[in-house]
Ligand binder design. Structure first.
Ligand SMILES: *Cc1c(COP(=O)(O)O)cnc(C)c1O
Length: 377
């Protein structure tokens, strides 16, 4: 080492960490690849003795996130990906092939709708969108080449709680897989894998990360399916970066304490807004889980109220087209998540110009209440 010349010294200066010093926090393996002492050791990776070789294939931080979320879901395996959307794609591709058909619920998150409606056809995968509110429409959409039923545990933005047990029964009866996007509920509230769903997917951008500072996704399920999903992530290059994974993992440590406060505040806010002049309908789930009904409240403002003006008057509550951060924010489904839908679809789903979705944060409830009360005044 000491014999290195200047230019070499600029790159070879790190002190090797020995096994005597163990970092309390999980280190960030911000590396694109791993080093081997010799060819035998490298071969060890392919023999399954050495866990890491190249970060697109696997990395300790991304593994932490994938397996961490899987454990919260009660699933044997999970893989982290670059976004919620890429997790959905990896999950779907693990159970489909060219010529496959999917039955999906019609009130999906807008980005998921785009993926399913506009991109999957170029993979030779066909999707039929139906209302999942009644069993009959799901069953009658199933074709001989149907391989998957796809839905969300709590839907966006009107917060319909899916009947997961019924869906699993239909799936089993027709011998097709079921996949559930559990983003809005988070595993704190619901664990669809334990109800028999084949694959559970998360936008870890939301409650798992919890601080609106990372875009990431996870798909969880049994070993065989996740192995397939993993090969899609590796081959399509939709892996997550180590730092993003590390951030999401750090956020996940406080999932329970955040959710407890999020849910409590949301319940109080839904109750408060139900009695307010200027608020038409308040959408907030009932009996979603034993631990509460989530932290998203959607409201329909009265005709006479201008949505733009209302948002402006919310003071410190920002208009942010995402959800699940520690700060209370509002979003506008018509202008963002559901913008791309044809007007007829928007109308059918109940997305209109006075619909506001509130992502309730972890602040003091009184401050949240005051902000809404003042805006409505
Ligand atoms: C945000 C979101 C997604 C997409 O996740 P990204 O991380 O933005 O790719 C999928 N499903 C639901 C329910 C979401 O809220």
């Amino acid at each position: 080492m000491s014999t290195f010349r200047f230019d070499s010294k600029t790159v070879h200066f790190h002190k090797r960490i020995t096994s005597e010093s163990v970092s309390k926090a999980q280190p960030i393996y911000q590396t694109s690849a791993f080093k081997f002492r010799n060819l035998d050791e490298l071969e060890g990776f392919f023999q399954g003795v050495k866990p890491y070789m190249y970060s697109r294939v696997s990395n300790p931080n991304t593994d932490d996130l994938g397996t961490g979320v899987a454990q919260l879901e009660g699933a044997p395996a999970g893989i982290a990906t670059s976004s919620g959307i890429s997790a959905i794609l990896a999950g779907i591709l693990s159970v489909t092939e060219q010529g496959s058909h999917i039955v999906a619920c019609e009130d999906l998150y807008g980005g998921t709708y785009q993926l399913l409606a506009n991109e999957l056809p170029s993979f030779g995968i066909e999707v039929t969108f139906v209302s999942f509110e009644d069993k009959v429409s799901i069953q009658s959409a199933i074709q001989p080449n149907t391989v998957l039923l796809y839905t969300e545990s709590i839907t966006n933005p009107l917060l319909r709680v899916e009947d997961i047990e019924q869906l699993v029964r239909i799936g089993k009866k027709h011998n097709v897989h079921t996949m559930v996007d559990n983003t809005f509920a988070s595993p704190y509230l619901l664990q669809p894998y334990l109800n028999g769903v084949s694959l559970v997917v998360h936008s870890a951008t939301k409650y798992i990360g919890g601080h609106s500072d990372v875009t990431a996704g996870v798909v969880a399920g049994d070993e065989a399916l996740i192995e397939k999903a993993k090969s899609k992530v590796v081959n399509l290059g939709s892996n997550l970066s180590p730092f993003e994974a590390w951030l999401a993992c750090r956020g996940m440590k406080t999932l329970s304490v955040r959710m407890e406060r999020h849910v409590k505040n949301a319940e109080l806010l839904a109750g408060f807004l139900s009695g307010c002049d200027g608020i038409g309908q308040v959408y907030y789930p009932k009996n979603a889980s034993e631990k509460g009904n989530g932290a998203i409240v959607t409201v329909s403002l009265d005709e006479g109220i201008d949505a733009n003006e209302f948002c402006e008057k919310l003071d410190w509550i920002g208009v942010v087209p995402t959800l699940a951060g520690v700060e209370t924010t509002v979003s506008y489904p018509l202008g963002t998540s559901h913008r791309a839908l044809p007007p007829s679809e928007q109308k059918k789903l109940g997305i209109h110009k006075n619909l506001i979705r509130i992502s309730v944060g972890i602040e003091d409830f009184e401050d949240i209440r005051e902000a809404f009360a003042n805006a409505l005044k």
